[in-house]
Design a binder for this molecule. Structure first.
Ligand code: SF4
Length: 141
């Protein structure tokens, strides 16, 4: 699956959950998206939930802003770098991010970065419309 189809499908899953939570305050919504609650009540939101496994080993993991507003992708590639195609990068160049390199491709590796999973960050960027928060992530159409 390319970035675009994952992005659309994940955003639709987020939208469906949010349609159920209209009676909740913003703080209650944020609490609902904590890993421990999501595993129980939204098992289809993330494939890792079935194994009760976190994408990042951190005590308080919040899934509201998965993927990340700072992520940028283009399934057609942004540019060539040293003979490889760059498909994604971090717009804030997070010090915990890195680059995953294959023979022909470069991808942003967020596995050591927890920026979008902290609740202070989520509060700062909070909107009920996930696509609005993520509007700069996909390429402009
Ligand atoms: S490295 Fe961190 S801040 Fe950058 S895109 Fe990945 S998760 Fe977001």
């Amino acid at each position: 699956m390319g970035y675009s189809s994952w992005f659309r499908q994940h955003g639709e899953k987020h939208r469906k959950i949010m349609e159920k939570l209209t009676h909740m305050s913003d703080e209650e919504v944020i609490a609902y998206f904590r890993f421990e609650n999501m595993v129980i009540h939204e098992p289809d939101f993330c494939p890792l939930y079935k194994e009760n496994r976190k994408c990042h080993e951190t005590d308080l993991l919040n899934c509201y802003l998965c993927a990340c507003p700072n992520f940028r992708f283009d399934d057609s590639g942004f540019r060539e770098r040293e003979g490889k195609t760059l498909y994604s990068y971090c717009s804030i160049d997070s010090e915990d991010g890195s680059v995953f390199e294959s023979k022909e491709a470069l991808h942003q590796n967020c596995s050591a970065c927890t920026v979008p999973h902290h609740e202070a960050y989520i509060r700062k960027h909070f909107k009920r419309d996930w696509f609005a928060i993520m509007k700069r992530v996909p390429p402009k159409s």
